[in-house]
Design a protein around this ligand. Structure first.
Ligand SMILES: [Zn+2]
Ligand SMILES: [Zn+2]
Length: 345
């Protein structure tokens, strides 16, 4: 029994032949198991979709009711049998509803972790460590230079700037699914209780988070607010809006950007960001390597990102490792985040 007999890497995503499904396929398939609702993992147009309630709800918000032929909900810790393969979903700690998918057959367990982070996030269930034989890991920040540090310290930087420049409006670029709500929750955790303003593209998903019991305090839409009333406020917007004419409605806008990429100074400068905030929903180098070691997996498959360094690290530790050349996974902070509702702002 080889792991490939359970999950076979294909250019369109990993495929379980006996179970008749793909995980996070990048092309339409008959049956898809989806780890989380970011658009590169969760695409519209599959026949049947199995995912957590939150992932299905967010896909519906983004793509409309007919995003799949049929849907089935699975909860964390729940297992189902698909053609002799036992499939179990476990929290991935990445965004609301995000899951790692464990597939077991003939005594061998393969875990497809999707995107994950192993640090606390007030807006989603914490990452669960699932011991396995083969661990499929992302590699978005898989270089030793990427160490994200403490998100609370980054939020403190933002609040310090707001105190320092009370006449300016702070705009925080943050991806609309996950990052935006996490930044708001971290601001509340830090004791910031003024209303927080939202770009229209953030509205539906943020309201959805609230409907799932995540308290985000008083939120207002930028749309309709007059310029003077935005003095001294914090607004969360898609990263692309930071370089948009849209910013003209704010008094002396100051651009911040919450992303793991903000560790790279040149990148922040290039994007005209004056306040880079290193806050990421992906594991950093230490998070990736610690997690890989803790799973006890003998074999590691590496997807989307800086595969080479992580494959090398695994090999040096005596683990079998290979990059999966799946085309189509990106990084949400890099992608165009105008999927829903942004155009009207
Ligand atoms: Zn993701
Ligand atoms: Zn991803």
């Amino acid at each position: 029994m080889r792991p490939e007999d359970i999950l076979l890497p294909t250019p369109a995503g990993v495929c379980c032949k006996r179970g008749g499904f793909h995980i996070d396929p990048t092309r339409p398939v008959e049956r898809a198991l989806i780890t989380h609702a970011h658009s590169d993992h969760a695409r519209a147009g599959h026949g049947a979709v199995l995912a957590t309630q939150e992932t299905l709800d967010i896909m519906r918000l983004r793509y409309g009711d007919n995003f799949a032929g049929s849907t089935q909900v699975i909860g964390y810790g729940e297992s189902i049998n698909l053609g002799g393969a036992k499939v179990t979903f476990h929290p991935a700690g990445h965004v609301l509803g995000s899951a790692q998918i464990a597939v077991e057959a003939d005594g061998l367990r393969v875990v497809a972790s999707g995107d994950y982070k192993n640090i606390p996030d007030p807006t989603c269930a914490p990452f669960a460590l699932v011991p396995c034989d083969v661990f499929i890991t992302e590699a978005t920040f898989a270089l030793p230079v990427f160490r994200h540090g403490d998100p609370d310290a980054e939020i403190a930087k933002l609040l310090h700037s707001v105190t320092l420049f009370p006449e300016r409006a702070h705009l925080v670029g943050a991806y609309s699914l996950g990052k935006a709500q996490r930044v708001i929750a971290l601001l509340r955790k830090a004791g910031y209780c003024a209303p927080i303003y939202l770009h229209g593209a953030m509205e539906s998903i943020t309201r959805y988070y609230e409907s799932r019991g995540i308290a985000l305090g008083e939120l207002r839409l930028v749309r309709g607010a007059d310029k003077a009333s935005l003095t001294g406020t914090i607004t969360i917007c898609p990263p692309s809006a930071l370089s948009d004419l849209w910013t003209r409605r704010f008094p002396e806008p100051l651009a911040a950007f919450a992303s793991g990429w903000m560790r790279v100074r040149a990148r922040a400068r290039q994007q005209g960001v004056s306040l880079p905030l290193v806050i990421s929903d992906h594991a950093d180098w230490d998070g990736l390597t610690t997690t890989i070691a803790a799973t006890g997996a003998r074999e590691i498959w590496v997807t989307h990102g800086q595969e080479d360094a992580l494959v090398h690290w695994c090999t040096m530790r005596g683990l079998k490792a290979r990059p999966l050349d799946i085309v189509g996974y990106g990084d949400e902070d890099e992608s165009d985040d105008q999927v829903e509702g942004g155009a009207d702002e």
